[in-house]
Structure formats: structure tokens, C-alpha cells
Design a protein around this ligand. Structure first.
Ligand SMILES: Cc1cc2nc3c(=O)[nH]c(=O)nc-3n(C[C@H](O)[C@H](O)[C@H](O)COP(=O)(O)O)c2cc1C
Length: 191
């Protein structure tokens, strides 16, 4: 149990600019995705979808993101730093996993439940990365969650793009986390 507690509490968002050049083996990515696939799922819809980008596919993804960012923003919302960040992230992360949600045609399970299930899958992925000493970063910026991204990753109109998950071995020290006390967010009723 102490190992599980430790992994949960050690899990940190580590952004691609802090990754080393160390590659991430495909077998490791497959293990993380296998664990993601064991997330809970209402009605066994298993709505999570993953598209893995490595090698030169990352550059194509970066080009798509930059173009889409220009299309989705105007002079009031466009930020050059955001655009640069998209390119830097795609270059510095050896592996990028697009997260998708596949809506079941019956619509029997609510959209909220489907989204929650994907969130559980991403948490499994992130915790498994932590256990392997890998940094992870779930990015849900305007492009990563756009309909254009949904189409880019091969999903259909009722489905959703739920961001990009960047993976890489950190080059520096593992960051410290912080949380306000859970007691502030909890109520107990005993009678
Ligand atoms: C659904 C979701 C979306 C997120 N999207 C972003 C994002 O777009 N940009 C960002 O900087 N961090 C994003 N984060 C990461 C949070 O910033 C991060 O979890 C928070 O700072 C706490 O740090 P920790 O993950 O190291 O505990 C996201 C986290 C979640 C759960």
C-alpha cells in the first residue's frame, strides 16, 4: 500500500521543456496504455481512445497545431508564446498521446460518465508513468480540444478530443507538489 500511496502523491505534471533526450521505449508506452485501458467504465463502453505520436509524426502534429491555433484565434486572443509553446512541446517530448473520447451510438451512458471514464484512464496512464520515473503533462489547450483535433485523430462528430498527453524522462529533479488540506474539501455525516 505504501508504494501505491507514494506513486499517487509523487505524480506530477512535468512539461516537455523539462524532459531529457532519453527515448521512451514503445514497450513502455504500451504498458502505460494497457493500464489506462483498465480504467472503470460505466456500461463497459470503454470510451477512451489514444493516438500515439513519436518520431517525425510529432513535427507533423506540431505543424497542424500551429496552423489550427492561427485559425482558431484572432488578434485579441492570439498569443505568440502559446504558439511557440506548442512547437517546443512537440519537439521536446519523445512521445505525445492524443486523448479521445468515443461516444457510443446508443447514447445510453451519459456524456458526463464517458468523460469521467476517460479522466480515469488518463489518471491510470499518468500514475503508471510516475511509477516508471516518467514525467507527464496533460494539455487541454484550445487546439488540443478542438473539433479540428478530433478530426485529425480520426474521430467522428459526436466524439471529443480531450487533449494531448506529453511523456518524457525529466532532466532535472522530480518536482515537489502541493495541495490544500483534504479536510477543507470534505464533510463527514455520521448520524
Ligand atoms: C483535465 C486536465 C487538464 C489540464 N490541462 C492543462 C493545460 O492545458 N495546461 C497546463 O499547464 N496544465 C494542465 N493541467 C495540469 C495541471 O496544471 C496540473 O495538474 C496542476 O498544476 C497540479 O499539478 P500536478 O499535476 O503536478 O499535481 C491539466 C490537468 C488536468 C487534470
Amino acid at each position: 500500500m505504501s508504494t501505491l500511496n507514494q506513486v499517487i502523491r509523487d505524480r506530477r505534471t512535468i512539461k516537455p521543456k523539462h524532459y531529457s533526450d532519453r527515448p521512451v521505449e514503445d514497450t513502455v508506452v504500451e504498458e502505460l496504455l494497457e493500464n489506462a485501458n483498465w480504467a472503470p467504465t460505466h456500461g463497459m463502453t470503454e470510451p477512451w481512445r489514444f493516438v500515439v505520436y513519436t518520431g517525425t509524426a510529432r513535427e507533423k502534429l506540431a505543424n497542424f497545431m500551429v496552423e489550427t491555433y492561427r485559425e482558431l484565434t484572432d488578434e485579441t486572443t492570439f498569443k505568440p508564446s502559446k504558439l511557440d509553446g506548442m512547437r517546443v512541446s512537440a519537439t521536446c517530448a519523445p512521445v505525445i498521446i492524443a486523448i479521445g473520447m468515443k461516444r457510443q451510438t446508443s447514447g445510453k451512458i451519459s456524456l458526463v460518465d464517458e468523460l469521467l471514464a476517460v479522466g480515469c484512464a488518463v489518471q491510470n496512464l499518468h500514475l503508471s508513468a510516475t511509477a516508471r520515473g516518467l514525467g507527464g503533462f496533460w494539455s487541454t489547450n484550445v487546439v488540443a480540444t478542438s473539433d479540428a483535433m478530433r478530426d485529425y485523430i480520426g474521430l467522428e462528430s459526436d466524439d471529443k478530443a480531450l487533449g494531448l498527453f506529453y511523456l518524457g524522462y525529466p532532466k532535472g529533479a522530480w518536482p515537489e507538489g502541493n495541495r490544500a488540506s483534504v479536510a477543507e474539501k470534505t464533510q463527514w455525516h455520521r448520524e
